[in-house]
Write a protein that binds this ligand. Structure first.
Ligand code: ZN
Length: 398
């Protein structure tokens, strides 16, 4: 069979990313399983690559004539998907994701990048008006009236500066918990699963520029790059006093934009932060369309280890999680949709969506790219896979 097809993706996942043993034993907690967990997990993964997000539509695929082409051994109902995902151990899937990313790094998936970062960010998904589950956070208007519920989680990804972004893990947080506490649990776990020296830095928005989070980063031996905002008034005032009214220390041409930078590494830490000093970069980015963006970022990287331009690029890598993490996950891969409204199942499905994103992105950008099959976008691949299903002679991908 020529060209990309589902069987080739399954082979790639099992053999190139080393996921074969995970698919055989994905952490099934059922006592008397009638449907193999392997089929359940693969159905959710390949279903999300094919943009089939609901359990009912996966049931329809599992009863269709292309079942074996999809890599599924037998038919099953949507209730089996719900029952199995409620009882899976999330740790097994989290370890598999980290192992696949370590394998991708060994396969030189990030080869063009000098620095690998771990961006973190929180979001909400799966708005519902049904009866609340323990993860449901009520959405209140300014008058305190509740308009449905939302499920919150923090996502951590791997980003190579200017290049590939791949998700690593998620940590949900419900009422009584916080993004901030969830992010610290997530960073500790991801650093442990990915191993020492996998990444070079952690990057987050202003909410992460707080002493406990910066200390957590230090605990896992990773320098951190965080946005400086008004929540640190003393440091913000010191930065203004030093940078305002002075000419920039350097000017770069970056991606067609002109970027002016101010960079100083001897600011005093605020009282709860145990760093000896704080380095702050201010950039003013003049875009080709005439607009200007100015922002300030702090770090514990020394100037000797990290130049101003690399610091600027690391700060900018924070936005890749928006573009390639949440937006892809929500808009294209169905993270917005809750398959089965039960907290354990919600978490397992989110983790399987991350696994689907990792497999799809590496297969498309690193595997297909070598053969120059002419497929570049996720939508092209999805369409091509649908066209080739059930066809003995799939179309030439051109
Ligand atoms: Zn809920």
């Amino acid at each position: 069979m020529r060209g990309p097809h589902v069987g080739q993706i399954q082979n790639y996942a099992c053999h190139c990313l080393g996921l074969e043993s995970y698919f055989r034993r994905p952490g099934d907690g059922r006592v008397h399983p009638s449907i193999p967990a392997r089929d359940v997990v693969w159905a959710v993964v390949i279903g999300h690559i094919l943009r089939v997000a609901s359990f009912l539509r996966l049931e329809w695929l599992a009863h269709s004539p292309v079942r074996s082409e999809l890599g599924l051994r037998g038919p099953f109902g949507d209730d089996a998907l719900a029952y199995c995902t409620e009882r899976m151990d999330p740790e097994t899937t989290r370890m598999a994701l980290a192992a696949a990313l370590r394998q991708a790094k060994r396969n030189k998936a990030f080869e063009n990048s000098r620095f690998i970062g771990l961006p973190l960010d929180g979001t909400g998904a799966g708005r519902t008006y049904k009866e609340a589950c323990p993860l449901c956070d009520p959405i209140q208007d300014p008058q305190g009236e509740v308009h449905g519920q939302l499920h919150h989680f923090v996502l951590i990804s791997v980003v190579s500066v200017g290049g590939l972004t791949l998700p690593v893990d998620v940590e949900p947080y419900g009422p009584g918990d916080s993004e901030y506490a969830a992010a610290q649990r997530l960073l500790r776990r991801a650093a442990d699963h990915l191993g020492a020296r996998f990444a070079d830095y952690v990057v987050g928005d202003g909410e992460y520029a707080t002493a406990p989070f910066l200390h957590t980063s230090g605990e896992v031996a990773l320098p951190v790059v965080a946005r400086l905002k008004e929540n640190l008034p003393l440091l913000t005032a010191a930065v203004r006093a030093r940078f305002d009214g002075r000419p920039p220390q350097a000017v770069f041409e970056e991606g067609g934009d002109r970027v002016e930078v101010w960079d100083y590494d001897h600011f005093d830490p605020w009282e709860t932060l145990d760093w000896p000093e704080v380095r702050v970069l201010r950039y003013r980015q003049h875009k080709r369309d005439g607009t200007t963006v100015q922002a300030e970022w702090l770090t514990d990287f020394s100037i000797a280890k990290l130049g101003s331009l690399s610091f600027y690029r690391m700060a900018k890598s924070r936005w890749q999680i928006e573009n390639q993490g949440f937006n892809d996950g929500k808009n294209r891969y169905g993270m917005e949709h809750i398959c089965h409204h039960e907290p354990h199942s919600i978490l397992i499905v989110w983790l399987l969506i991350l696994l689907a994103l990792v497999i799809e992105r590496l297969y498309r950008l690193r595997y297909l790219h070598r053969g120059d099959h002419g497929i570049r976008s996720a939508m092209d691949l999805c369409t091509y896979l649908w066209l080739s299903l059930g066809s003995r002679n799939p179309p030439d991908p051109g």
